[in-house]
Design a binder for this molecule. Structure first.
Ligand code: COA
Length: 161
């Protein structure tokens, strides 16, 4: 039984994240989407709101019964251990992501050598999406419908209005 944890801040979840989640359900027996409190990033949505947005966004996915969405406020490796997960899954969008991801995976390996980090390359149409950019475009009145699901878009527009 391979349990993978897909961690992130998800402020808010984007089509890029959902693409990774969808593809990961074909690879692992169970996928835990782990929503980091990440107070350092001063998220726009509360942890509870970010979890709810992911839950409603994955409701239509095939294999959604394999996915669990949970919040966490601890070390990622401790969260993985607590949930018997042996894989940390991260999406890679561009070469620029690599340095940070390499450091993160190396440090997590130092903290717990039983847990492997695996990377999935983002599909081309999602390569430029980031949650911060989506929020900025929304604040400035741009069209974000291509980047996030409609339920998330509706909540984001309410939040920033
Ligand atoms: N498609 C679109 N966007 C993507 C993406 C994808 N496939 N993958 C990542 N992104 C974007 C995110 O939207 C985010 O954008 P933003 O910075 O504009 O908000 C950015 O890439 C990266 O953020 P995210 O994937 O949310 O990760 P993060 O860097 O915010 O969080 C954690 C990293 C949560 C994994 C890390 O902080 C962590 O492990 N925290 C727990 C504490 C811990 O263990 N610390 C020690 C680590 S060694």
């Amino acid at each position: 039984m391979v349990i993978a944890v897909y961690p992130g801040t998800f402020d808010p979840v984007t089509n890029g994240h959902l693409d990774i989640i969808h593809r990961a359900t074909r690879l692992f027996d169970k996928l835990i989407v782990a929503v980091a409190s990440n107070k350092g990033k001063d998220p726009l949505f509360s942890n509870h709101e970010r979890i709810k947005l992911i839950q409603s966004s994955i409701a239509e996915l095939p294999c959604q019964n394999k996915i669990q969405v949970l919040g966490f406020d601890t070390l990622l490796v401790d969260f993985c251990k607590q949930h018997q997960a042996n894989v940390i899954l991260r999406g890679l969008r561009a070469v620029s992501d690599f340095e940070y991801e390499f450091q993160l995976s190396g440090m997590n390996k130092k903290l717990n050598k039983e847990i492997e980090t695996l990377f999935l390359p983002t599909t081309e149409q999602n390569a430029y999406i980031s949650s911060s950019l989506v929020k900025e475009i929304a604040r400035l009145g741009g069209d974000i419908s291509e980047f996030i699901p409609s339920n998330v878009r509706a909540e984001l527009l309410i939040k920033i209005s």
